[in-house]
Design a protein around this ligand. Structure first.
Ligand code: GLN
Length: 483
């Protein structure tokens, strides 16, 4: 059961082979057994989850269930869920009980899914290793000395360890794809604007996008069907016709043109990751795809540009945590200013403070033109690289990350080397494009390798098709770690 696809689980529920309550209980039992070591969940509330499971069982009994009805889904702790503690991995929101549901949560509720708990994450989604969480690091189920990646590291580890069948993530610079790659699971960051950001705690609003994480592309397509759609409470939500993201899964790949950016296969790429990606490309050729070399000439600008724009937006978004309305308030202070200062000094961790300082600096009157404005112009050039590349290919492929999972603690004192682990993912967010990562094998140390697939705007169904066909031909996505 723990390795079943969502379709198989839905069929078992519909045939009354198992109830949602039993299914939810079996995952809660796995969480109880393995979470103390993995630390993938921040909050588990069996009573709440089981109440939802019972409601789903009633719907199923009445024959009113949909494909996700009764299926337990773990939610990244960045999504507000009414009545649930929602921390965003921060002490600042350590005791925050969300008074409302994020749009993503509303949609899963409407689909009859069960909220299985809130997953661990880097503080305010700032990180690539899940080590900045106030609630402690998450361990990679494949090797407990390794990080699971971040910031959606809890969701990724929970899926890899089969503590849940599926989960949500958010991706501002790679936070769905990078942890998916490092834990051997599948995750998709949709085109910017496809999934509503309402109730998804803001980090860098022009880059943040929620998306599904699961074992397979087919599961991700089913989840995206539930998550995507217009929401007038998010001004960047796109009003587009409803799509069925499973519609092209079965299409053959003959004639598919895969673009390989030469900049993604250059210095910095570990040889074992390169070899695994080569093997995946050979598999695609067997499936009838053609490979063409392309160039994304501004690739090396993406990290510097991101680390101006994302902190700028974060410094503004995080100004709301003032200790007045909600969130942490210092227990002792002299006056209002002292209360602000102490509350923020105590509530935020080191990485968040670093970003607020950088962001405030690049937005300050004297430096705005030199940094923020310049970065905005370069962002445009980075996006143009992709527009040019998609004239020559249908999808772009390459490694999701330059190396397999690094060790816990290995990069935590070296922010720049940590930032470099997102070298292949960040440009996709700057351009607003959809991107995904699928498991493609293992590196020299036995840790998973992810293949990144980048699509043109709104090409999610195509990317999921490309991923699904590979998953029909290989079984990397079905491998499970020994816990
Ligand atoms: N690792 C990147 C950062 O630290 C991206 C994080 C994300 O996508 N949320 O900002």
């Amino acid at each position: 059961m723990i390795n079943s696809s969502l379709k198989e689980l839905a069929a078992a529920l519909a045939a009354k082979k198992i109830s949602s309550r039993e299914l939810t209980q079996s995952y809660l039992a796995r969480i109880e057994q393995f979470n103390p070591e993995l630390n993938a969940f921040i909050t588990v509330d069996a009573e709440k989850s089981l109440a939802q499971a019972d409601a789903a069982d009633k719907l199923l009994a009445a024959g009113k269930g949909g494909i996700l009805t009764g299926i337990p889904i773990a939610q990244k702790d960045i999504f507000c869920a009414q009545g649930w503690r929602t921390t965003c991995g921060s002490k600042m929101l350590g005791n925050f009980i969300a008074p409302y549901d994020a749009n993503v949560i509303e949609r899963f509720n409407a689909a009859g899914a069960v909220n299985l708990g809130k997953t661990n994450m880097d503080e305010f989604a700032m990180g690539s290793s899940n080590e900045t969480s106030h609630f402690g690091a998450v361990k990679n189920p494949w090797d407990k000395l390794a990080v699971p990646g971040g910031s959606s590291g809890g969701s990724a580890a929970a899926i890899a360890a089969r503590l849940c069948p599926a989960a949500t993530g958010t991706d501002t610079g790679g936070s769905i794809r990078q942890p998916a790659a490092l834990t051997g699971i599948t995750g998709i960051k949709p085109t910017y604007g496809v999934v509503s950001r309402y109730g998804m705690i803001a980090f860098a609003s022009s880059l943040d996008q929620g998306g599904p994480m699961a074992k397979s592309a087919e599961d991700c397509a089913l989840l995206l069907n539930a998550m995507a759609g217009f929401d007038n409470r998010d001004s960047t939500s796109l009003e587009r016709p409803v799509e069925d993201y499973t519609r092209d899964l079965a299409a053959p790949l003959a004639g598919l043109k895969i673009g390989l950016p030469k900049e993604y296969f250059a210095e910095g790429l570990a040889p074992d990751v390169a070899q695994t990606i080569e093997a995946a490309l050979a598999e695609y050729k067997k499936l009838g795809a053609q490979v063409v070399e392309i160039s994304l000439p501004n690739t090396q600008l993406s990290i510097p540009v991101y680390y101006v724009l994302a902190p700028a937006e974060a410094s503004s978004n995080l100004a709301r945590y003032d200790g007045v309305r909600y969130g942490h308030r210092a227990p002792q202070y002299k006056d209002l200013t002292d209360m602000y200062q102490k509350s923020r000094a105590q509530g935020f961790g080191a990485e968040v403070k670093r970003r607020i300082l950088i962001g405030t600096y690049v937005l300050s009157a004297g430096y705005y033109d030199a940094y923020y404005l310049k970065a905005q112009k370069l962002r445009r050039l980075i996006a143009q690289d992709f527009t040019d590349a998609f004239k020559q290919c249908d999808v772009i492929m390459g490694p999701t990350t330059p190396t397999t999972a690094f060790n816990l603690g290995e990069k935590s004192d070296d922010p720049v080397s940590m930032y470099l682990s997102d070298i292949y993912t960040i440009a996709v967010n700057l351009a607003g494009l959809p991107g995904m990562s699928i498991p493609a094998g293992f590196g020299a140390n036995g840790r998973p390798v992810g293949l990144q697939i980048i699509g043109n705007y709104f090409a999610e169904a195509k990317m999921l098709n490309v991923a699904h066909q590979y998953q029909l031909a290989t079984n990397w996505h079905q491998r499970m770690p020994l816990l």
